[in-house]
Design a protein. Structure first.
Length: 131
C-alpha cells in the first residue's frame, strides 16, 4: 500500500474528532478501533448508534480507498445487533467486490467480547483519480 495514500486516509478529521484509530490497512481490508468514552454514550448510557456508524464508515473508507483509487460512499446500510460491552469497539472492513466504478464492502463491528454489535453493507463509487 502506498504510504502517501495511508496519509490521505489518516487525514480524516472527522474520524479523528470521533476518536477512531486506524489499526491495519491492506489492499481491500482495514481494521479500525474506537475507545468508548463518555462522549460516545447516549441518554441511556449505551454507545450511541452514530458513534458505531462513524466507526463503520471510517473502516469502509480505509478498505475501499486502500488500493489507491479515490472512492466515496454512495450507500451504507447498517444493522445493530446488540448493545456493546466493554470499552473498545473494533470494525473490520473487507472489499467483497470491485469493478471499475463500484465497490461493495462488508464491515463487522465487534465489542471486547468479540460479539457482533453491528454489520454494515457499503457501496462505494470509485472516482478513478489516484490519491
Amino acid at each position: 500500500m502506498n504510504g502517501d495514500f495511508i496519509k490521505f486516509i489518516k487525514n480524516d478529521r472527522f474520524a479523528e474528532l470521533v476518536g477512531t484509530k486506524l489499526v491495519k490497512v491492506e489492499p481491500g481490508y482495514a481494521v479500525v478501533e474506537l475507545e468508548v468514552e463518555e462522549k460516545h454514550l447516549n441518554g441511556i448510557n449505551t454507545v450511541q448508534g452514530g458513534a458505531i456508524f462513524a466507526l463503520a464508515d471510517y473502516a469502509f473508507a480505509a478498505a475501499s480507498n486502500s488500493e489507491g483509487v479515490v472512492t466515496v460512499g454512495i450507500n451504507v446500510n447498517i444493522s445493530y445487533m446488540k448493545v456493546p460491552t466493554g470499552k473498545k469497539l473494533k470494525a473490520e472492513a473487507r472489499v467483497v467486490s470491485a469493478s471499475r466504478k463500484i465497490c461493495h464492502v462488508e464491515v463487522n463491528i465487534v465489542d471486547e467480547d468479540d460479539s457482533l454489535v453491528a454489520k454494515a453493507n457499503c457501496t462505494g463509487y470509485r472516482k478513478q483519480q489516484h490519491g
